[in-house]
Design a binder for this molecule. Structure first.
Ligand code: AMP
Length: 394
């Protein structure tokens, strides 16, 4: 358990908050404010408690040097509008300098300022000590609320924490509560549903979940590497040749642990990777030459949805098919609906399954949608996230 802002006194203190304000931009405007909205509870809490608030984040990949394309200025405007309060933008391309320091010292309780893009400085990603100290000198307390970068040891996620009392914000706390609880004390049965295209990206997660889950379900493009490993014929379906051996080992390990490992037993196949290709349902594990499995079939979808519905905890990462093409969205939709309708604790591990759930309008019916794709994957792999480890224990 880590200390959160609710556990400390922030009144009349200057609080430096690492947020994840890395929002998509179009023509210099914020095109999707989901991450800004996710940061608001922590910021509002600090305003109400009378802290002076210094916000910092990265935006895009400016490559360690100032680049007007990646300025945080539009984010300050969007934040102001959503908070209904002024957010003072510190336009210094050095991120921290004497002027920024003066602004921080002049902050009154409840006032907010936003620093320029942290990645304008190469020292940020190098976790460089002097830059970490410069950031820390702005404030009395450090709050990390950026789960999306918690798996990276940067100046703003790790370095700064050694100079200040360091706690998590509400967003990271929710992530730790849901993901941590699901792994350490899950309500059982715990069902893990994994999909997406690349087996190699998910091997660590599958390995870790084989030790914890009561059932593993694999769909999506990566299922075909497993089907190949069992001796099936997969036609043109996605295959990671170099992972076939590993897939076989994982199936063996699941068997040894007595964990059922379910693969698709029918498929929606297409004759080309495009939305208007010819489509057919294929039963069994023998996909004809010239065809590729692009979604789990209707019977598999029913079976997977049934297991999701019966679980007490479901962790889902990765779509069941090429959900971006309507002809192949059925499996992903079936699993998403089953989770939405179930009374289980339902956790979406970020990335494309989060995008799918949003597209289906089911996001608010899940218990938790992780805000950090890479970070939640590493957490599910059982790795220690440096940005979390750097915070004080409760
Ligand atoms: P990942 O980033 O590994 O989670 O993969 C997500 C992507 O996998 C999505 O864009 C899906 O379109 C794609 N995907 C899912 N199932 C399949 C499939 N059977 N064949 C090809 N791509 C797939």
């Amino acid at each position: 358990m880590k200390k959160s802002i609710a556990d400390i006194d922030v009144q009349n203190k200057r609080v430096l908050v690492r947020c994840d304000l890395n929002v998509p931009m179009e023509n210099g405007r914020v095109s999707d404010a989901t991450r800004i909205d996710a940061s608001l509870p922590t910021i509002r809490y600090l305003m109400e408690k009378g802290a002076g608030i210094i916000l910092m984040s990265h935006l895009g990949r400016p490559g360690g040097k100032p680049d007007t394309e990646f300025t945080m200025a539009p984010v300050a405007g969007e934040l102001s509008a959503r908070l209904g309060a002024d957010v003072q933008f510190c336009a210094s391309s050095a991120v921290v300098d004497d002027e920024v320091q003066r602004c921080a010292e002049a902050l009154a309780p409840g006032e907010i300022m936003l620093l320029e893009n942290l990645r304008f400085r190469p020292e940020e990603e190098q976790n460089e000590d002097r830059f970490s100290k410069q950031l820390a000198d702005l404030a009395d307390i450090y709050v990390n609320d950026a789960f999306g970068t918690a798996h990276r040891a940067h100046a703003s996620t790790v370095g700064v924490a050694q100079y200040l009392p360091a706690v998590c914000g509400f967003l990271i706390k929710k992530e730790l509560d849901f993901l941590g609880e699901a792994l350490d004390h899950p309500k059982r049965p715990l069902v893990a549903i994994l999909g997406g295209s690349k087996v190699s990206d998910k091997i660590g997660v599958i390995e870790s979940l084989i030790e914890k889950a009561d059932r593993i379900i694999v769909g999506g493009g990566m299922a075909y590497t497993f089907i190949k490993a069992t001796g099936g014929h997969i036609g043109l379906s996605l295959l990671e040749e170099s992972s076939v051996e590993l897939a076989r080992d994982l199936l063996e390990k699941a068997k040894k642990n007595g964990v059922p490992f379910l693969l698709p037993t029918d498929h929606v196949a297409g004759d080309a990777f495009k939305p208007d290709c010819n489509v057919r349902i294929v039963d069994g594990v023998d996909i004809p030459d010239g065809w590729m499995g692009m979604d789990i079939g209707p019977e598999t979808a029913l079976r997977f949805a049934c297991y999701a519905g019966e679980a007490a905890t479901v962790i889902w990462n990765g779509p069941m098919g090429v959900f971006e093409f309507p002809a192949f969205e059925g499996g992903t939709l079936a699993v998403a609906r089953a989770m939405a309708e179930s009374s289980a604790i339902t956790i979406i591990g970020g990335g494309d399954s989060a995008a799918a759930v949003n597209r289906f309008g089911l996001a608010d019916r899940m218990s938790h949608i992780s805000t950090g794709g890479g970070a939640s994957m590493e957490f599910l792999e059982g790795k220690v996230l440096p940005g979390v480890a750097a915070l004080m224990d409760a």
